[in-house]
Design a protein around this ligand. Structure first.
Ligand code: SAM
Length: 300
């Protein structure tokens, strides 16, 4: 027996800075809910210089009652608030719509000890280290191969109270994982203030307090204070920034410390390896869907 089509959705993509105004406009136009999904968690190629980073893109889905005539809403959406707009509503079966998130995000095991679980599911292994993380505006839910490879390496590498830097923290997922796996202090750095807000909130939601998990912009004094003290530096950004940031990331690393770099494609590996080679030998530690994880240890 098929379910009644009681609901409809409108789909958009928008830039992060458009989302709040678009969301308000949709609610004013009768949307019952508006869900945001980080479009960034998709395998995307690196943007060229001057282009908007692709993970600035957000998928926006607005839910309306099934009997609502939506053509007037589609026609009236302020075009300066969207990048793309689907010209037709999508019917949603009554019993399906609450399961949209559940279909897309499910608990994922990362290595031996770690799971990343959406907050609406019971962790499959209550005895594991379970991070509760919902999709949001900041990149990093664990579904992207670059994040997953970093998480597995962190699961394998964090065995005692080491000092950890999560450079380009996004949602904070890597630093939060390290903290929950037993690391010492974590410094989570991002050049997007919204990512720092998300990281702080996600850390709190996972029981990681401000005393252990500090968020900072790249030019904050905390970054200088950490110079030469991090026993693990993880940076999941893009090949270009990873090359540019080589002196910064190396300056944070303590003697004997481990560097994890992700966000680069296989064909970009040599370029990044070369940028760090004078000080630290990097090797490909994992590969997934064309993305690679580089790892290396600084001489003790
Ligand atoms: C791919 S996301 C990674 C998020 C998370 N660490 C993960 O592994 O899923 C990259 C993050 O790096 C940040 N970022 C990009 N360039 C940066 C830079 N030069 N300095 C600091 N953060 C940067 C972006 O704002 C974004 O949040």
């Amino acid at each position: 027996m098929s379910a009644a089509l009681s609901w409809q959705e409108l789909h958009f993509t928008a830039k992060k800075e458009q989302v709040a105004a678009l969301e308000s406009w949709l609610f004013e136009s009768g949307a019952l809910s508006v869900t945001l999904e980080d479009d960034a968690d998709q395998p995307l190629l690196e943007p060229g210089p001057g282009e908007t980073p692709l993970w600035e893109a957000v998928s926006v889905t607005a839910l309306f009652e099934g009997d609502r005539a939506l053509q007037s809403v589609i026609d009236a959406v302020p075009r300066h608030l969207v990048v793309t707009i689907a010209e037709q509503p999508t019917p949603v079966a009554d019993r399906e719509w609450t399961r949209v998130w559940e279909d897309q995000f499910h608990p994922m095991q990362m290595g031996q000890r770690l799971w990343v679980c959406p907050s609406w599911t019971a962790p499959p292994d209550p005895a594991a280290v379970n991070i509760l993380l919902d999709p949001g505006l900041a990149f990093g839910t664990g579904t992207h191969p670059t994040t997953a490879m970093c998480l597995r390496a962190i699961d394998a590498g964090v065995s005692h109270a080491i000092r950890v830097v999560d450079y380009g923290c996004g949602s904070g997922i890597l630093g939060i994982a390290a903290a929950r796996l037993g690391s010492g202090p974590v410094l989570a750095i991002d050049n997007d203030p919204q990512a720092l807000v998300a990281s702080r909130a996600n850390a709190e939601a996972n029981g990681v307090g401000e005393d252990q998990f500090v968020v900072a912009m790249p030019d904050d004094s905390a970054v200088t204070q950490w110079s030469g003290t991090a026993q693990l530096v993880a940076a999941n950004i893009l090949a270009g920034p990873l090359v540019t940031l080589a002196p910064t990331l190396l300056s944070l690393l303590a003697p004997g410390g481990q560097l994890l770099l992700a966000g680069l494609l296989e064909e970009q590996a040599n370029q990044v390896i070369d940028a760090y080679a004078p000080e630290l030998p990097l090797q490909i530690a994992a590969q997934e869907d064309g993305w690679v994880l580089l790892s290396g240890e600084r001489a003790a």
